[in-house]
Write a protein that binds this ligand. Structure first.
Ligand code: RIB
Length: 297
């Protein structure tokens, strides 16, 4: 299975804080770590670790070569990643002792992607089984429309939420994967089933709605499947959604049932949150299967 991930590549600066800052508060911090990140990079890693062949398309600055190297070392094809004349995107991430985070994203090179770049990538990877993208790069709408015209199955994680997400070409999206907050903000609904129905009504995409510690929900216009989350001691929830996205999509595209796919993804995400970082904490298949066996599901 070949998956083209068109997405963000970030340098994550992770600050361990005594608590998440209040408005106007100045906080001291004793611990800073730098990690590879970006929703595109994280989701590509999750897909690879789940078992897919993955090609990443995106943009870094001259300071971002180590992100490309990291993907290559991980077995992901990074040959499509371009270099822009602006700095690599970065995230400033504050984490509290419960593993909850607050994030500031600087788009940098992720915002330097152009339509001709998208055309060139699609011309070389029209045979992809899936195009997966998020909302951290330029040209997302353009890429979706062009991929849809070429008959490529598409999946979107419309994150982070901004109002423009409401105007995505939903009829071009086959799979929509998002968290409960994003779902509520896009639809204006509050109750899970109503959110899923309203998202489906936007363009007929199959919906995967993650519900944090409450689990996840799948909806395809007829069937609804819900699974609980696994209880673990969370250290850092950054990248949990990306892990879930990669694992659930791989399982569904491999022919697993929605129930099995959500369970696999929940297990992988549960393992990921027990360590600090995003991409580096995504478990491989063997770890995920061992976790599921241990939890006897
Ligand atoms: O989803 C987590 C990711 O969001 C981080 O790695 C950060 O870079 C932002 O893209």
């Amino acid at each position: 299975m070949k998956i083209l991930v068109f997405g963000s590549l970030n340098i994550d600066k992770v600050y361990s804080l005594p608590h998440l800052p209040d408005k106007g508060e100045m906080l001291g911090c004793e611990e800073l770590e730098t990690h590879v990140g970006g929703k595109g990079l994280n989701q590509a890693l999750a897909l690879k670790k789940a078992g897919a062949d993955v090609v990443v398309a995106g943009m870094v600055g001259k300071d971002g070569a180590f992100l490309t190297d990291y993907l290559t070392r991980s077995g992901v094809c990074a040959e499509e990643i371009g270099t822009a004349a602006v700095p690599t995107g970065h995230a400033i991430i504050g984490i509290d002792p419960q593993g909850r985070n607050q994030m500031i994203i600087f788009g940098g090179a992720n915002r330097a992607i152009t339509e001709p770049y998208c055309d060139a990538v699609l011309a070389r990877h029209g045979d992809a089984d899936l195009l997966l993208t998020q909302y951290e790069t330029a040209c997302v709408e353009y890429m979706l429309r062009r991929a849809h015209e070429q008959g490529i199955t598409t999946a979107v994680n419309p994150s982070p939420y901004v109002d423009a997400v409401k105007d995505l070409p939903y009829h071009c999206i086959d799979w929509l994967i998002l968290n409960e907050d994003e779902g509520r903000r896009i639809t204006g609904e509050t109750e899970d089933d109503a959110v899923a129905r309203a998202l489906f009504a936007l363009g007929g995409s199959r919906i995967i709605l993650t519900l944090g510690s409450r689990g996840a929900l799948y909806y395809d216009g007829e069937n609804t499947v819900k699974t609980p989350a696994f209880a673990v001691n969370a250290v850092d929830t950054t990248g949990a959604g990306d892990t879930f996205t990669g694992y659930s999509l791989f399982a569904l595209l491999s022919g697993k049932s929605p129930q099995e796919a959500l369970r696999d993804a929940a297990a992988a995400a549960a393992i990921a949150v027990t360590k600090k970082g995003a991409a580096e904490t995504i478990p491989d298949r063997a770890q995920t299967e061992a976790f599921l066996k241990e939890r006897q599901t």
